[in-house]
Design a binder for this molecule. Structure first.
Ligand code: NAP
Length: 330
């Protein structure tokens, strides 16, 4: 059985990827940080097939020990401080985990036997936030980076060091430049989930207002379940590489709000939404739209879930969850 090692296993993508790889017959090892991590306990209940291994991206010896234990064929580095807003207030932490953490993971792979003949294949979770103040539209693998947040800057370092280790040491190391991807497992702090959850709660009478930052920013939103397949496909190629994973369509945050409220049959959504400058970012990314042509051509990858289906899936999930919690019959 092939063996996969996933950092960020308790996050949205880690859970989708663990399910996907388990379905393909992999032994799945997931790295968890901290002592008595509550998300790890929940994950173990939902996915008993995942073997949890302790480790932290801030701590190289723990990464080496985790790899020595798991003996993986494939390593997926999904762990990160991943919330752009938090990266402004905790920039140093973000640089350390989201940026230097990639370097530590690559070094750990080299230490347990990385190099020309190293069979371990590596996936790095790069991000469309690296494009930031975009130099061209749509963005491709060749579009120059201009990050607009400490998160974006840390991801650029992670991306570049993967390219460097690939070129320097012949490692099978690939980066997926993933555009925003969402789903019912998305953390509540992220804008899509904040909106779908608020629409559900307002419909149920559990909440009366949704406080937002900008409504103008545009993003290329896809479904996380589709995107983890692309990660795996990258590691099945003979040669490593970088791939943009996106839908090729963009929507404003206003579109997102309107659609989420429409799903719960609220047309006058503006009556419930208030904007507060405290949610504005010091520097905003105005427009992201990816060109996934290379992924389609070389990996045979295409998104299956479109934007309306995605928002419907999230709103339906949140409606059921909130109703269950509040003992409301739908
Ligand atoms: P997520 O839900 O925020 O999960 C982040 C994961 O990183 C969590 O499991 C977290 O563990 C872990 N982590 C945080 N600090 C760590 C540390 N010091 N050592 C080890 N693990 C640590 O993120 P996601 O949405 O699944 O995204 C997965 C990856 O893709 C991230 O690298 C993200 O930046 C990147 N990405 C995401 C998107 C997107 O739209 N979702 C787009 C492009 C790139 P705890 O739960 O224990 O805190």
């Amino acid at each position: 059985m092939p063996r996969a090692f996933i950092t960020g296993i308790t996050g949205q993508d880690g859970q989708h990827l663990a399910e996907f790889l388990h379905g393909r017959g992999y032994d799945v090892y997931g790295m968890v940080k901290g002592q008595n991590n509550p998300k790890a306990t929940k994950l173990q209940e939902e996915m008993p097939f995942v073997e949890l291994v302790p480790g932290d991206l801030a701590d190289l010896p723990s990464l080496v020990a985790a790899l020595q234990y798991a003996q993986p064929d494939e390593v997926y580095n999904l762990g990160a401080i991943s919330f752009v807003a938090l990266s402004f207030s905790q920039a140093e932490l973000t640089a350390n985990i989201t940026g230097l953490g990639v370097l530590r993971m690559l070094e750990a792979i080299r230490m347990v036997g990385g190099g020309e003949n190293n069979p371990i294949r590596f996936y790095q979770a790069s991000s469309s936030e690296m494009f930031g103040k975009v130099r061209e539209t749509p963005q491709t693998e060749l579009t120059p980076f201009h990050p607009r947040s400490p998160y974006g800057c840390a991801k650029v370092f992670g991306h570049d060091i993967v390219v460097n280790y690939r070129e320097s040491y012949g490692m099978h190391a690939s980066s997926g430049i993933l555009f925003n991807h969402e789903g019912p497992r998305r953390g509540m702090e992220f804008v899509t989930r904040k909106v779908t959850n608020a629409a559900a709660r307002i419909k149920l009478g559990l909440q009366h207002e949704l406080v937002m930052g900008t409504l103008d920013a545009k993003r290329d939103w896809g479904y996380a379940g589709d995107y983890v397949k692309a990660m795996w496909l990258m590691l099945q190629q003979d040669e490593p590489g970088d791939y943009v994973i996106a839908t090729g369509q963009t929507h404003s945050i206003e579109d997102l709000v309107e659609r989420a409220f429409a799903e719960v049959e609220i047309e006058n959504w503006r009556d419930y939404v208030r904007q507060d400058p405290k949610f504005y970012r010091p520097a905003e990314v105005d427009l992201l739209i990816g060109d996934p042509s290379k992924a389609k051509e070389k990996l045979g990858w295409e998104r299956e879930v479109d934007f309306p289906e995605l928002i419907k899936m999230m709103v339906d999930h949140d409606l059921k969850r909130e109703a269950r919690r509040a003992n409301i019959e739908l």
